[in-house]
Ligand binder design. Structure first.
Ligand code: HEM
Length: 399
């Protein structure tokens, strides 16, 4: 159990809180009450840890306007998109215009066959090395790559430039720490996308860029710059989250005795394993929100203007009032409603694709590489809070 002193010293933005340490901290906070003072990036903050309070907080757009954090942290890097739009009507309009990126003919047909083909391609690159006795890091070789390749194939980008595209996407995400590098990546991406967008305007294909260009809501279409921003939006929201969720799922399957072998034997349990993986260690473990620019009150707690309020989705997922035996990884449990994909007007439009990505990746990995064992348990613990995932998943073949 975390001591009082420990709890006060925890900073959710500065500490990695690997494995159970995050859950122990969230449990200790929850035992004190659903809304507690804490620290984030060296600043005073609040953390919400109970399922009920967090559901209310997601729906309380007055106290915690959903766009503010994204305006501060995403907009300089990715440009204007609906995620940081302060006006509810235009948020909804642009969310609808961008729908092809989440659900469309191109996404559906890619989910049918493209996802498995891509997962197989990645396994082709490591299968021989594993058979030869090498250790492989499944984060570097699979979970960090797969979601970006999915995005790039959905968009219909040239295959011979996928590595460059991945590099710019990652550089863009370093914007806060290295703005110059982020700006260069943003420019390179625009230069790369511009001729592709122009080409798709003239000759539409079965891909997400063509569908984004054709989407029309209330007589409005996306212009080129808006298409670029909505493509860039997919890196943090669709790339890093899925990278995290795949890593956490594999980590839980390897670290919990017999779980990997069970999925190998019973592939029909894969959707249940995906759901339990998302509950047990979710990639957006702590979602920071900036409270409104004036003082607010939430559940009797005074929240000063412009406060960081941490939506601890990982805490809600393990709230014993909402989930029985919450610290157990149990793929047979009946899943209670959860907040993994948020709630309310900003709930995740990519949840369907995210779950399919995870399920297909797991189907291919368990079928093609059934005899795997973890070499480094410490590195396999999920770590960090806002985007949580293991540093490495080093595995080798058992036979
Ligand atoms: C396991 C993977 C994923 C998780 C855990 C996840 C989780 C979330 C959560 C919690 C939110 C709500 C954020 C808030 O209230 O501020 C959200 C929003 C969002 N997600 Fe996901 N997501 C995942 C995958 C994806 C994918 C694959 C895409 C795109 C293809 C995507 C696109 C988005 C977008 C654009 C938003 C913003 C919605 C809005 O502002 O209206 N997500 N996601």
């Amino acid at each position: 159990m975390t001591t009082t002193m420990d709890l006060e010293a925890v900073d959710f933005g500065l500490q990695e809180l690997p494995g159970d340490s995050l859950h122990a901290v969230l449990r200790a906070h929850r035992e004190r009450g659903p809304v507690q003072p804490t620290r984030f990036l060296g600043l005073p903050a609040f953390v919400i840890t109970s399922h009920k309070a967090l559901e209310e907080a997601f729906l309380d757009e007055h106290a915690f306007p959903g766009h503010r954090m994204y305006q501060a942290s995403f907009e300089p890097a990715i440009g204007k998109s609906f995620i940081s739009d302060p006006d509810p009507a235009s948020h909804l309009l642009f969310r609808k215009l961008a729908t092809p990126a989440f659900r469309s003919r191109a996404v559906a047909s890619y989910e049918q066959s493209g996802l498995a083909a891509l997962a197989n391609e990645l396994v082709d690159r490591i299968e021989g090395r594993l058979a030869g006795g090498d250790e492989i890091d499944l984060v570097a070789e699979f979970s960090a790559r797969f979601p970006y390749l999915v995005i790039s194939r959905l968009l219909g980008l040239p295959r011979d430039r996928e590595d460059e595209f991945h590099g710019w996407a990652l550089a863009l995400l370093t914007y806060r720490d290295d703005p110059e590098r982020g700006r260069r990546a943003r420019q390179s991406l625009s230069d790369f996308l511009a001729p592709i967008v122009e080409e798709r305007r003239r000759r539409p294909q079965n891909d997400v860029i063509s569908e984004l260009l054709q989407a029309e809501v209330d007589g409005r279409r996306l212009d080129d710059e808006e298409v670029f921003s909505h493509v860039r939006l997919l890196f943090p929201t669709g790339g890093e989250t899925t990278h995290g969720s795949l890593g956490n799922l594999l980590s839980a399957l390897f670290l919990n005795e017999g779980a990997w072998e069970r999925i190998v034997r019973e592939p029909g349990r894969i959707p249940a394993a995906v759901a339990e993986g998302l509950r047990y260690d979710t990639p957006i473990a702590v979602l920071p929100r900036l409270s409104r620019s004036e003082h607010a009150t939430f559940r009797g707690v005074d929240v000063p203007a412009d406060s960081w309020v941490l939506f601890a989705i990982a805490g809600a997922n393990r709230d014993p009032e909402a989930v029985r035996d919450p610290d157990r990884f149990d793929i047979d449990r009946a899943q209670p409603p959860n907040l993994v994909f948020g709630r309310g007007p900003k709930s995740c439009p990519g949840l369907h694709l995210a779950r399919r990505n995870m399920a297909v990746a797991l189907e291919v990995l368990t079928r093609r590489l059934p005899e795997l064992e973890l070499v480094d348990r410490e590195a396999a613990l999920p770590r960090r809070t806002v985007l949580r995932t293991p540093a490495a998943l080093r595995v080798r073949r058992t036979r």
